[in-house]
Design a binder for this molecule. Structure first.
Ligand SMILES: [Ca+2]
Length: 173
């Protein structure tokens, strides 16, 4: 439902407009940070680090993680159980936890955007309100277009868009 996302972006993502533009830099910064951490712990410059050090690195970066989840990722990236992991493997593991945090931040932003339209705090936006928003954002949409979009968003046909439906519209999940 990317069309809806782009329709709503100008309004809903006002506060995160800079966030979008920052994404590439964020990835670069993330990679640089991971490389630095990896090199710091690869004391012999072998290109590998001890898997036992990964939890220490994650702690150092202030990342929260679940021990069993981490172990599962280590097993996945070190299938031979060598006890060592290269930079790529390390990135796979570390970015799993970093991305999880991003998803949470994304959900938080969507919650804030949702609240902007759910002014009365009902926990939903009426489809008529949403229709007005969509119409204001793109005046080329006909009434039939709008009805079609609304029908797709309000999947249970309740006449209201709750946060789950809203999130589905924005993220496509
Ligand atoms: Ca609904």
């Amino acid at each position: 439902m990317l069309v809806h996302k782009s329709l709503l972006e100008p309004e809903l993502f006002v506060m995160s407009a800079s966030h979008k533009g920052r994404t590439d830099t964020d990835d670069d910064q993330k990679m640089a940070m991971l490389r630095k951490a990896f090199q710091m712990f690869d004391t012999t410059k072998s290109g590998y680090i001890d898997v036992l050090k990964i939890s220490t690195i994650l702690n150092t970066m202030g990342q929260l993680f679940d021990d069993s989840e981490l172990q599962a990722l280590i097993d996945e990236n070190d299938p031979e159980g060598s006890g060592k992991i290269n930079f790529d493997g390390f990135c796979n593991i570390a970015s799993h936890f970093l991305e999880e945090e991003d998803a949470e931040a994304m959900q938080q932003e969507l919650k804030e955007a949702f609240r902007l339209y759910d002014r009365e705090g009902n926990g939903y936006i009426t489809t008529s309100t949403l229709k007005e928003i969509l119409a204001a954002l793109d005046d080329k949409l006909s009434n039939a277009d709008l009805d079609g979009i609304i029908a797709e968003i309000d999947t249970d046909g309740s006449g209201t868009v709750d946060f789950d439906e809203f999130m589905e519209m924005m993220t496509g999940d």
